[in-house]
Design a protein around this ligand. Sequence first.
Ligand code: SF4
Ligand code: SF4
Length: 291
Amino acid sequence: FCANQPAPGRYNHLIKKHPCFNGEAHARFGRIHLPVSPACNIRCRFCKRSLNKDENRPGVSSCLLTAQEALETVERALGLCTQITVAGIAGPGDTLATGHALAAFRLIHQRFPHLINCLSTNGLRLPDKAREAAEAGVRTITVTMNGADVDTVAKVCSCIVYRGQYLTGRSAAEKLLISQQVGIRRAVDLGIAVKVNTVLIPGVNDHQTGEVARLAAAAGAEFINVIPLIPQHEFAKYRAPDCQEMNAAREAAERHLPVFRHCRRCRADACGIPGAGIDFAEQLYGQREAA
Ligand code: SF4
Ligand code: SF4
């Protein structure tokens, strides 16, 4: 399998225009990430969210937008880059932990129904929220799964908050793992294309990439994207995987799902064509500050 070519199938109309579901589209079409989601409902040990203009990694944004500001930002972004086909929300927190992302998507879908609304989530609230997301025009979802069994997930995720309940250890991991699989299935049944991201952490979950891909495929996901760890926060002393480890993990995943190999680990406020190295975020948020 290779995600460089659009996969023939039910999602072809989406995938051919989505720069992060298809290697060919990666350098031809653009996406805007709208930083509207302020909080998260789980704690990944490697996660360090931050508001700044300097760091180039997920979880970082220069600002937080309201739903209305997100709509106005999309409007300006389309003026800067006509190749934008995807309005995405990827943080800086989790998109389904609060209502901000779906509120923004509802406004965007009303005004720009041709855009593919795309969200990234840890999957904890996906079973409850998949229908609302579909109704808000969400057509593609990325779910991050960092393990395929309870013990491994518990090593990566220290706690969750689910409907007011605070869970740690294996019970937190079990709830998360089940929610991810049920949530993917529910989203797929609603016609949403799902990609799974998995953060590769040597010595912690590097033996599980194949199994994560197998579970994701069984739940109905279309692609998998293996992302190298950025060592920080509680995992600051861990190391990032080397090329050989990345290749081995991708090969293990590829037995079950096409692997997307072009991810650039973008900021939560990225805007432009990721595969062409074109980014309008500075222009966009510069304008916003001046407005
Ligand atoms: Fe951070 Fe995302 Fe994990 Fe939440 S789900 S702790 S935002 S990496
Ligand atoms: Fe695409 Fe990866 Fe950037 Fe997301 S983080 S927009 S998948 S390149």
